[in-house]
Design a protein around this ligand. Structure first.
Ligand code: HAM
Length: 429
């Protein structure tokens, strides 16, 4: 049997990982500038956590969880980061230690969806959660931060969509209005929506089924049903976005696919062609009832998660160059230990170094250095060792010089600071 990765899960090889690390580093920098600190929670949680937060009538919990039974326990791989983070916040009584907490996370999530471009079963999210701030200023700052991050990364065709789902009272009114709207049109809905609309009418609004979409188009808008408090929060969000100059569109159908949202919801998508139909780069919103619902004190919260696979798809091909590195090539056995010592010294000076200890010919050591993208090859032979020198090959410039050992660091540094012209670096053969 040929072993391959599990359906919908991918290996990410080092060259590709460098591109990921670049995006991750930009994400960390952006969120840390906004006061977020990293949290790391387990990949596996009690299934009940997701049933009670993500929601039992969501597709994610109904159909997509990787669940395993162990003894009497039912455990699930996290399909999203928000419930785990909330559980940790409550379990560690963080609310008692600080009034506002800003957390971020990066890591794999698991949903048994039908894989396609931009949709995997193991995918990676970079997300943030804010606890203890009822907004709406922090709502606007989050959205603005994300728009800035994606624009700075160079993602083209960004579209920011915002909506409000209101608090409990507005949502109850909206539920009733939606049920009243769907009831006489039930026959036009998909069979799944027909079964579910009375239980959770919001799900019909983000159904992918064409029949549901056609009916949902003219559904009532929640914005007209907001209570005065919810309306004030919504207006506060729009005013702050205007003040920040963040472009946005109001999308009254943006209910999001998870059950916990209250008030603000948002998504950023891209119209850039590279990504295909799965064009939501990130989604988030406020979930002011979750912490109390999971047994903590009433604590407002808001957050988002960005899909890293999708951001990378939207960015298309770009090169993330590896650090310049030095190959050390001892020509014969007596030069091998001196080569190790030389490499150790160079690393102490901050150079990335690999010693070729295979005991092969200079030709094959040079092939390895070139093939692995080394910038330099330091050749150490018997006569060099006797005279305390090395042969320094600059592989980008196709040049060679003899350098005294005690001047090697200075020469390497000097060569690294002189720019290499593109004709010099062509065909490293
Ligand atoms: P979500 O909309 O389910 O929200 O996922 C957020 C993002 O994760 C999506 O916009 C998409 O980029 C990416 N994503 C989701 N599913 C997949 C998949 N199967 N393959 C590839 N990428 C995917 C959440 O997960 C919420 N926890 C966000 C949040 C945080 N709300 C409040 N706090």
């Amino acid at each position: 049997m040929k072993l391959k990765p599990v359906k919908g899960m991918q290996d990410i090889l080092p060259e590709e990982v460098r591109r990921w690390q670049l995006v991750e580093a930009r994400f960390r920098r952006a969120v840390e500038l906004h006061g977020f600190a990293e949290v790391r929670t387990p990949l596996l949680e009690a299934t009940e956590l997701f049933q009670r937060s993500t929601g039992e009538t969501t597709e994610v919990v109904e159909k997509q969880m990787f669940t395993l039974e162990r003894g009497s326990e039912s455990l699930s791989l996290r399909p999203e980061g928000t419930p785990s983070s909330a559980r940790a916040y409550i379990h560690e009584s963080v609310y008692a230690k600080q009034p506002v907490s800003r957390w971020y996370y990066l890591g794999p999530m698991f949903r048994a969806e039908q894989p396609q471009r931009g949709r995997q079963r193991q995918f990676h999210q970079a997300g943030c959660e804010i606890y203890g701030d009822a907004g709406p200023l922090c709502d606007a700052e989050l959205i603005d931060m994300l728009y800035g991050l994606l624009s700075d990364l160079g993602v083209a065709g960004l579209k920011v969509s915002v909506n409000s789902l209101g608090g409990n009272e507005s949502r109850a009114r909206y539920r009733d209005a939606l049920i009243a709207y769907f009831k006489p049109r039930a026959a036009e809905l998909s069979p799944h929506a027909q079964e579910r609309f009375e239980q959770n009418p919001l799900r019909v609004l983000d159904s992918k089924d064409e029949r549901d979409r056609a009916v949902a188009k003219a559904a009532p808008s929640i914005l007209e049903l907001l209570t005065p408090d919810d309306r004030a929060h919504w207006q506060g969000l729009l005013d702050a976005l205007d003040a920040l100059g963040t472009p946005y569109e109001v999308d009254q159908q943006l209910v999001r696919g998870l059950d916990y949202y209250t008030r603000t919801t948002f998504e950023i998508s891209t119209t850039s062609g590279a990504i295909g139909s799965q064009n939501a780069l990130l989604g988030g919103g406020r979930y002011d009832d979750m912490i109390a619902g999971l047994g903590g004190p009433a604590t407002p919260a808001i957050g988002f998660a960005m899909g890293l696979e999708r951001v990378l798809l939207a960015l298309g091909e770009f090169e993330a160059a590896p650090p310049a590195w030095v190959a050390v090539a001892p020509l014969a056995a007596p030069q091998q230990n001196p080569a190790l010592k030389l490499a150790k010294r160079l690393r102490q000076q901050g150079f990335t170094v690999e010693v070729d200890g295979r005991g092969t010919s200079l030709k094959s050591m040079l092939r390895r250095a070139n093939g692995g993208g080394a910038r330099f090859c330091v050749v150490l032979g018997e006569s060099e060792l006797a005279r305390d020198v090395v042969q320094l090959k600059d592989l980008a410039r196709h040049e060679q010089e003899e350098v005294p050992l005690d001047q090697l660091v200075a020469r390497l540094t000097a060569r690294l600071t002189e720019p290499v012209t593109s004709t010099e670096s062509e065909d490293r053969g």
